[in-house]
Design a protein around this ligand. Structure first.
Ligand SMILES: Nc1ncnc2c1ncn2[C@@H]1O[C@H](COP(=O)(O)OP(=O)(O)OP(=O)(O)O)[C@@H](O)[C@H]1O
Ligand SMILES: [Mg+2]
Length: 258
């Protein structure tokens, strides 16, 4: 395989607390082909991102990053493989006790490979990319929700990753905030980054994605492009786009069970 052969999950199964979250799940993230993972709340979308990052391990199946199976890696090798991937967590997950600049530079400071002035230049450049260079000395509590998400994106970019994961990046934002995130994602793609997003926000999914994976009851039920998704006859996909009364009651029952 070549250096940039993408991220591949092959027949991955994962259970937690006696519940099967993923069963024989396949996913391909090829360089330049931006993907969105869809599915109802609690189905396992964030779990997929955590599995790829090696934060949790699958029960069976393989996950490879650019040709290297992550199960074969030691913790330090995994850290190296992860350098190609950055994640913008659901909610941003900024460190409240650090300034915006310290948040963005955190990974580089921890690594200790670059001199402080070089790190500062990278931090300023990444904050400039998201239009927030003036916030460098502020604390997260002083920012709006949309600004926090943009800082989280700047932080993800600091280590110059090949792949960027976005977990519900537009949730809770107003239409301008949503538009800003979409534009940032498109600009990153133009710069050669490949994005993998989890979202319920279909306008954003359609604006920034080439392919879609739909997960239902632990299984991949759809993998394809927008037109095929919109015209899909798969019941779970149809329900997702046009929920009827029956699905509403099923949904409520499932939530109550949990
Ligand atoms: N540590 C854990 N212990 C037990 N169950 C867990 C744990 N972590 C996740 N789960 C369960 O795994 C399932 C999948 O969680 P996950 O966070 O991947 O869902 P999701 O699709 O990202 O949901 P959402 O759209 O609400 O973010 C959920 O039902 C959750 O309750
Ligand atoms: Mg989630």
């Amino acid at each position: 395989m070549t250096e940039t052969s993408g991220i591949v999950m092959n027949s991955v199964s994962y259970s937690i607390g006696g519940r099967t979250i993923l069963r024989n799940f396949d996913l391909q993230l090829m360089p330049g082909v931006n993907r969105t993972i869809l599915g109802v709340s609690g189905v396992g979308k964030t779990t997929i991102l955590k599995l790829i990052l090696g934060l949790i391990r699958p029960d069976s199946g393989t996950i490879s990053i650019d040709g290297t199976a992550i199960s074969s890696l030691s913790e330090s090798q995994l850290t190296l493989a992860r350098k190609h991937i950055a994640i913008v967590f659901q909610g941003g997950a900024l460190f409240d006790s650090m300034t915006v600049g310290e948040n963005v530079g955190y990974r580089l400071i921890e690594e200790g490979l670059l001199p402080a002035d070089k790190i500062e230049a990278i931090v300023k450049e990444k904050l400039g990319f998201v239009g927030l260079e003036k916030t460098i000395d502020l604390y997260p509590a002083e920012l709006s929700g949309g600004m926090k998400k943009r800082v989280a994106i700047a932080r993800a970019l600091a280590a110059d990753p090949r792949y960027i994961f976005f977990d519900e990046p537009t949730t809770g934002l107003d239409p301008i905030g949503v538009y800003n995130i979409q534009q940032l994602m498109l600009r990153l793609q133009e710069q050669g980054k490949t994005t993998l997003m989890v979202t319920h926000d279909m306008p954003t999914a359609f604006a920034v994605s080439d392919r879609f994976s739909f997960i239902h009851n632990a299984e991949l039920v759809f993998d394809g492009v927008k037109d095929a998704l919109e015209s899909s006859e798969i019941p779970a996909v149809r329900e997702f786009f046009a929920p009827g009364r029956s699905s509403l009651f099923t949904y409520i029952e499932e939530q109550v069970e949990v």
